[in-house]
Design a protein around this ligand. Structure first.
Ligand code: ADP
Ligand code: MG
Length: 367
């Protein structure tokens, strides 16, 4: 079995590095400090939350992850909370049990398999808000019964605002009374939205959570962990793993995606001469539709900027300006737009802009 899963979150035992982050989460929970974890999609937020949940459970706390991705209505939000909280012991107020059926959450096989009804069958907004208020308070009820701590990780927290622009206020109004009863982690994919939720004075969560970064994986540790998994299955890598990491720069999902292909190539009785190169070709073939969609979504000057970044040129320098007959200030504006958007371009530690996705960069170079 190929040990490199690049599609869903990885199980805690398969987590590459992230020891510091998991330790920081554990310490914050012990100190009762809320954390916000903001990073681009596919940087391993959910995987880190699952590792945090596992490590907190291992030391005897209750811990759950609530998946708020793509919630559309308040009832969806309440249902997601109920779904996650079915993993907790029965609360004294029986809130989870009471709301489960009403929200269309059915626990089958003692909570192993869950199905959530489509939103259409869900209760009206007022009732859904009542459900959410009661459900969010479950950790407090549990704490009053046994003095224990519940760790609650709210994954893709910013999607809450899609359901209702004021839900952050509702959530905050309940959980502000949970000191000692619950420790919260708010994770989100759209860094700017997460920042707006926590850094805008007007918003209820302003200044309410300590930020924790989830940068790209450290290249050396990631190479060692990937190498170890290959070697454990008897594969000879001959430097191919280092080549892959040099290419991905530690981008978490891209590293694992390419490691997955490399594993299959090396597992073949007749591996190709340059397996890392072939793995990159396979990764590109698999993701090219997504790169095309990114390209199609960009305006002309943004395209000039991303191509310059892929080619290793200064995207707002005089050379690019001259070659494309664009004013440097126009290039600068386009770069700022891309940086604000945060999905494709970010700044590195030295504040230099770079393309987040190494495969997008390669696709652009081969265009
Ligand atoms: N620390 C890690 N160790 C191993 N794989 C990782 C790690 N971080 C991310 N990944 C890879 O990235 C993919 C996406 O991870 P996920 O946790 O779902 O990210 P996010 O929640 O940020 O979108 C996983 O399928 C896995 O292949
Ligand atoms: Mg996720």
């Amino acid at each position: 079995m190929n040990p490199f899963n690049y599609q869903g979150p990885v199980v805690p035992s398969r987590l590459i590095d992230r020891r510091n982050e998991v330790d920081a989460l554990q310490r914050a929970a012990a100190d009762g400090v809320a954390i916000r974890l903001a990073a681009p999609r596919r940087f391993g937020k959910t995987s880190v939350l699952d590792a945090h949940v596992a490590s907190m459970r291992a030391v005897g706390h209750r811990a759950v992850r609530v998946d708020l991705s793509k919630v559309g209505t308040v009832a969806d939000v309440a249902a997601r909370v109920a779904e996650a909280f079915t993993a907790l012991p029965t609360d004294p107020r029986r809130s989870v049990r009471r709301w489960e059926a009403r929200l269309g959450v059915t626990a089958k096989l003692a909570g192993v398999q869950l199905s959530v009804a489509p939103s259409a069958a869900r209760p009206p907004v007022d009732e859904a808000r009542t459900a959410l208020l009661e459900l969010l308070d479950v950790p407090l009820g549990l704490h009053q019964a046994d003095a224990g701590l519940t760790v609650v990780c709210l994954d893709e927290f910013q999607d809450l605002l899609v359901a209702d622009d004021s839900l952050d206020g509702l959530v905050r109004s309940v959980i502000q009374h949970h000191g000692g009863a619950a420790a919260y982690v708010f994770a989100g994919s759209q860094p700017s939205l997460m920042r707006a939720l926590f850094s805008d004075r007007e918003r209820p969560f302003y200044g309410q959570a300590r930020p924790l970064d989830l940068p790209v994986l450290p290249v050396d540790e990631a190479a060692r962990d990937v190498e170890a998994l290959m070697v454990a299955d008897g594969l000879r890598t001959d430097g191919a793993v280092d080549e892959l990491l040099a290419f991905t720069g530690g981008h978490p999902q891209r590293t694992v995606l390419l490691a997955h292909h490399l594993y299959n190539l090396l597992d073949d009785p007749n591996p190709p001469g340059e397996p890392a190169v072939v793995a990159i070709d396979l990764g590109l073939a698999e993701t090219s539709d997504a790169h095309q969609a990114v390209w199609d979504s960009l305006g002309r000057v943004e395209r000039v900027v991303v191509v310059a970044l892929a080619d290793g040129q200064a995207p707002t320098g005089s050379r690019v300006a001259r070659d494309h007959r664009v004013a440097r200030s126009t290039l600068q504006d386009a770069l700022e737009r891309l940086l604000d958007d945060e999905r494709h371009v970010q700044r590195d530690r030295e504040r230099r802009p770079f393309l987040l996705d190494p495969l997008l960069g390669e696709w652009l170079r081969r265009r």
